[in-house]
Design a protein around this ligand. Structure first.
Ligand code: ADP
Length: 175
């Protein structure tokens, strides 16, 4: 069996360029696009994404919904809504956002590789390091339980996030 650590990768850059089965979008509850990574994903995927999102009727904080990837190299987009700390949302919802995104990937069965941005740590104001602990902890537990997931990528954008994830990865994935 491959080690759990070998199924986790940190990549720095634009998540819209990744050719994974799914990328995760740090969306807002409307699912109709926004700033940051959400805006980048909508721009890269094209207007068909907006059309499909309009049929979904939003997403609650901590939940996840799936759409096609359209013009992206990734086949699927899993849209999740992390807590907005600037609006007083419950911090614990970040755990739900990661877990529900992974659960949806597993339920979809054909998703074996998935890439996450640093959910909630931009406009939504979640402290970066605290968020990384949650992301790594939920991922560790899920990878242990579900062998169907071959690879989880943490797509960091900022140097500060790369430093955090590279430092914490061996703490959560020593093997
Ligand atoms: P949120 O509203 O959930 O806080 P943001 O999009 O504001 O989401 O920020 C989340 C993270 O995504 C931040 O670390 C930000 O630097 C990063 N980010 C912005 N654009 C991209 C991109 N194209 N690819 C990957 N990460 C991105």
């Amino acid at each position: 069996m491959t080690s759990i650590a070998s199924r986790v990768r940190i990549v720095q850059g634009d998540i819209t360029k990744l050719k994974t089965d799914a990328i995760v979008n740090a969306a807002n509850r409307s699912l109709l696009g926004g700033g940051g990574v959400d805006g980048a994903i909508h721009r890269a995927a094209g207007p068909e994404l907006f059309k499909e999102c309009r049929t979904i009727k939003g997403c609650k904080t901590g939940d996840a919904k799936i759409t096609h990837g359209y013009n992206l190299p990734a086949t699927w987009i899993i849209h999740t809504v992390g807590p907005n700390l600037n609006a007083g949302d419950d911090k614990e919802k970040l755990r739900d956002a990661y877990q529900n995104s992974l659960n949806l990937a597993i339920d979809t069965k054909e998703i074996k590789t998935i890439a996450f941005p640093c959910i909630s740590t931009g406009i939504y104001g979640y402290p970066q390091e605290e968020a990384a602990h949650i992301a790594l902890e939920v991922t560790r537990k899920t990878l242990k339980e579900y062998e169907i997931l071959e690879e989880v990528i943490f797509c960091v954008f900022l140097d500060s996030d790369r430093e955090i994830y590279e430092r914490l990865k061996p703490v959560y994935f020593p093997d």
